[in-house]
Design a binder for this molecule. Structure first.
Ligand code: C2O
Ligand code: CU
Ligand code: CU
Length: 487
């Protein structure tokens, strides 16, 4: 810890093995974060009940935060604050991983907009496993602009972390139960958990609620919809509030993306319920394997016991039960926020083209695999500069193609456009129609044959940062690169 840094909030965060009663029978051995407040408001750290999830951390924009992370696991680890713009030393790059028993001190000012962020480990080669074991939590930022809006707060402001897990017969998490296939396509779990709970349900009043939904899964893509036909009302994305609320029948949510959804229950009768489901779509919308080289999961798992439903399966995620009558004067604001500096399209910004492809048995980013300290010439950018990245999902030689959620550290970007070649064979496009490309994002789902143009304004902090596919098995296998921010 540096004596010159005067934190407004100081937190101790420990990662350690634990056991949780997740289902009847044996308790599940998990790894989890627990937190406590050393300095500042007690509400900065809120435990999530009946879960393996880490506590929800709540900060005000402008606060100076110190987090003392202690690794009480049996292997190296480090924490990354996904979506936050922080100095290099606080970003959780895998080269900073600390051994069991050691501590890592983070110090940063919260400069991000009000929004829903999250945290998870980032040790190289074991991020997927560590997240799967339970290491993840939400990080929520608020500010004056948001507070003036009277959106639902406190007990009407809820987190929903969507994860899929495969349990073995002894109720233990079975990481990579699908073997090679899981590594190639990204892991899919057999059981849906919301905040760590199977068949999760919320007992709510006849008022409006804000659900901060995170796709915390390794690779599953959700097509979120309320089962009674209520449209999804979106007020926020990865980097905070949208300019205006958006309504659509369903929302596609890729791994690591967040969406803030308002559900107004004031017209729902007590005793009724609404389900949040992942609506069906064709698995081929997110994964194409013409050559059968990837093992061909598309045909289903052939009735294997405990097999994970494929991407696109219809899934029940959670149930909202309307259990009591309460007066509510909520009205959805027509205007939510202004996107601020960096949003306007900047003519003449340097353009870099990045391919996502599969060669010699490996997923690559711009033709390269991860190298802990390696940075190529086209991966150097000036602090606070604006660039255009043209990310192209052209596929592999044998016709393998997957949707990759591309994530960039230390920034929030704008999706300028999403195009695909005319006559592209992809049998689309319900997943595509549900994408929320509006608002600030730190992760974009690049579908097979799509080219997305991103406008990125890089962090003002110099140093090495990461960009990678957020299918955790792809990230661990090296579909990740550094970029270097130069002062
Ligand atoms: Cu959510 Cu580099 O990570
Ligand atoms: Cu991140
Ligand atoms: Cu990927």
């Amino acid at each position: 810890a540096s004596p010159a840094f005067a934190p407004d909030v100081e937190i101790a965060l420990v990662a350690a093995p634990d056991e949780v009663q997740l289902r009847p029978g044996a308790r599940t051995r998990v790894w989890r974060f627990t937190g406590s407040v050393i300095k500042g408001e007690a509400s900065s750290v809120q435990a999530v009940p009946n879960s393996y999830l880490g506590p929800t951390l709540r900060f005000m924009r402008g606060q100076k935060v110190r987090i003392r992370f202690r690794n009480n696991l049996t292997e190296p680890s480090i924490v990354h604050w996904h979506g936050l713009d922080v100095p290099e030393s606080a970003d959780g790059h895998p080269r900073f991983a600390v051994p069991p028993g050691a501590e890592y001190v983070y110090e940063f000012e919260v400069i991000n907009r009000a929004g829903t962020y999250w945290y998870h480990p980032h040790a190289h080669g074991s991020t997927g496993k560590q997240v799967y074991q339970g290491l993840a939590g939400m990080l929520i930022v608020t500010d004056d602009e948001e507070r003036a809006l009277a959106l639902p707060t406190d007990t009407e402001d809820l987190v929903c972390v969507l994860q899929d897990r495969t349990f073995d017969s002894g109720n233990q998490f079975a990481y990579l139960a699908g073997g090679m296939m899981d590594q190639m396509h990204g892991l899919l779990g057999a059981t849906m958990l919301v905040n760590g709970q199977e068949r999760a349900s919320f007992e709510l009043a006849t008022r409006a609620y804000r659900f901060r939904v995170l796709n915390g899964s390794s690779s599953r893509v959700y097509k979120l919809a309320w089962d009674d036909g209520t449209p999804m009302t979106v007020v926020g994305a990865d980097g905070g509030l949208l300019a205006r609320p958006l309504q659509q029948p369903f929302i596609t949510l890729a791994p690591s993306q967040r969406v803030d959804v308002i559900l107004d229950l004031s017209n729902h009768a007590v005793g009724t319920s609404v389900q949040l489901r992942s609506a069906p779509f064709a698995a081929s919308e997110v994964s194409i394997d013409e050559g059968g080289m990837m093992g061909g999961r598309m045909g289903g798992m052939g009735g294997m016991a405990g097999a994970a439903p494929p991407n696109g399966a219809s899934l029940l995620l959670m149930t909202v039960k309307v259990s009591r009558q309460e007066q509510s004067a909520f009205r959805l604001p027509a205007q939510l926020s202004s996107y601020g500096p960096g949003w306007a399209e900047q003519a003449g910004a340097p353009v870099r083209s990045i391919s996502l492809d599969f060669r010699a048995g490996q997923w690559l980013l711009g033709g390269r695999a991860f190298d802990m300290m390696g940075v190529a010439a086209d991966e150097m950018v000036r602090a606070d500069s604006t660039h255009i990245w043209e990310v192209k999902n052209a596929g592999g030689m044998m016709g393998q193609q997957m949707a990759h959620p591309l994530h960039v550290h230390g920034t929030q970007f704008r999706v300028l456009s999403r195009t695909r070649p005319t006559g592209a064979s992809t049998p689309l496009q319900s997943v595509r129609a549900g994408l929320v490309d509006d608002g600030w994002r730190d992760t974009v789902l690049v579908l097979p044959n799509d080219t997305v143009r991103l406008q990125l304004r890089f962090t003002k902090f110099p140093g090495l940062y990461l960009y990678h596919c957020h299918i955790l098995e792809h990230e661990d296998a090296g579909m990740m690169r550094n970029f270097k921010v130069i002062a």
